[in-house]
Write a protein of this length. Structure first.
Length: 160
């Protein structure tokens, strides 16, 4: 697993690439003078129990008053956000995540990036947890509407 860290004024942007597994060693970071940490999780390809334990211990080191923003969260990350207490620390904001769709006719998958404020509202309690599913993607192969490839009440639970 690789981690890219960039400091911009009082913000730290961290991008992850690869597997968060038993082999991961998340480097300690200084949060002095940092008000916001932005996590770009798009590059995560695998999460396992040993890696998740390391993640939770590492993320606890970020001061509680620091705003934590998560963006480009793939399905594998969203699933952990929904089931693992502590994956998302207090004072966290979800900026964007992927919604998986599937074309039954072509056997193709598509992941739509959902943006906060445009495609979802955190804290909403409707049947789709505030996620706007009105723009259903069309399959690039056959032109048919794709189907949501998750159970909304389970998948969007982390937005409460």
């Amino acid at each position: 697993m690789n981690m890219s860290v960039e400091k911009i004024d009082d913000k730290l942007e961290i991008s992850f690439f690869g597997e968060i597994s038993e082999d991961v060693a998340l480097e300690p970071l200084s949060f002095t003078g940092i008000n916001t940490v932005v996590f770009d999780l798009e590059g995560i390809s695998l999460l396992n129990s040993c890696g998740l334990r390391t993640w939770i211990l590492w993320i606890r080191e970020i001061p509680s008053e620091t705003v934590k923003k998560f963006k480009n969260c793939p399905r594998i990350v969203v699933e952990q956000m929904n089931i693992l207490e502590g994956f998302l620390p207090k004072n966290s904001v979800i900026e964007s995540f992927y919604i998986p769709y599937y074309c039954d006719d072509c056997d193709k998958e598509y992941n739509k990036l959902a943006l906060e404020g445009e495609d979802f509202v955190a804290g909403s309690m409707d049947s789709n947890m505030g996620v706007a599913l009105s723009e259903i993607p069309v399959c690039k192969e056959c032109g048919e509407e794709m189907e949501l490839d998750v159970v909304p009440l389970s998948y969007f639970k982390f937005l409460k």
